[in-house]
Design a protein around this ligand. Sequence first.
Ligand code: BTN
Length: 246
Amino acid sequence: VAQNLVTLKEVDSTNTFLKKLLSNTEPVEEGTVILAESQTAGRGQQQNRWYSSANQSLAFSLLLLPSFLPLENQFNLIRIVSLGVYDALFPLIGEALKIKWPNDIYINDLKLGGILIESQVQGGKIKSSVAGIGLNINQQDFPDWVPNAVSLKQILHKDYDLKALMFDICSHIGQWYIKLKAGNESQIEEAYLNTLYWLNKPGSFKAQDAIFGGTITGVSKTGLLQVDCNGVTAEYNLKEIEFLNK
Ligand code: BTN
C-alpha cells in the first residue's frame, strides 16, 4: 500500500526521481510512491522511450525493499507487480486483459501499459526495487510514434481518476507482496501464468535472426519464456527472443 505519496507536476521520469532519492543519505520508506502528472523523459524497457500525456496517463513508481528475496528469484517481483496491476484492472476490463511476457499490460492485441522495475543490488542481495508503472488511461488518441497503444478510455468511453487507480493498484501489489514474503511462490507463478498473453497458441518468433513458428508453453521459475518448437522446448530471456504476433 502506498504509505508515503509524493505528487509531482512534472518530472523527467518517476523511476529516475525515486532512484535519486535512494542515493541520498536519508533512508526512503518502503511503500513510497512517486506520482507524476507529467513525465518529460519517461523510460521503457530496453532503452525505449515511454510516452505519457499530462494528466491523462498514469505514471508512478513504487518503492519495494525486498531484501528477503534471493537474487535468482527476482522475476517474482515482475510477477507480483504485474499481478497487482492485473487485479486492479480486471474488474474494469475482464478477460480481454492479459500480461504479455514479461510485463506488458495488454487489452486484446493492444498495449495498455508497461512496467519497468529497476533494482539496486548490493552484496548479492536486492537492496531496493523501484517499480515503475505506466498506463494509458484517459487518452483519446496517440501520436504516430506510439504504435499499438490503447487507453482505458478508448475501450470503456469513460474518464478515470488516476490517483484512485494508483492506490488500488498499490494495494493489490501489496497483497501479492505479502504472499511473496510468505513464500507462496507457486501460487504467484500459477496466477501469473493464468494471465499470460498468447499462452498455448501457435505464434511466430524471432531468435538469433531466424523466424520460426512456436507455442509459448510457460515461463520458468527465473522468468525465461518457454517456447515449444516442433516438440522441443527452449528457454529465452528478453534479449534473446522477439514475439512477432504483436
Ligand atoms: C515498457 O513498457 O517498456 C515499460 C514502461 C514503464 C513506464 C513507467 S511510467 C512510470 C515509470 N517512470 C518511467 O520513466 N518509466 C516507468
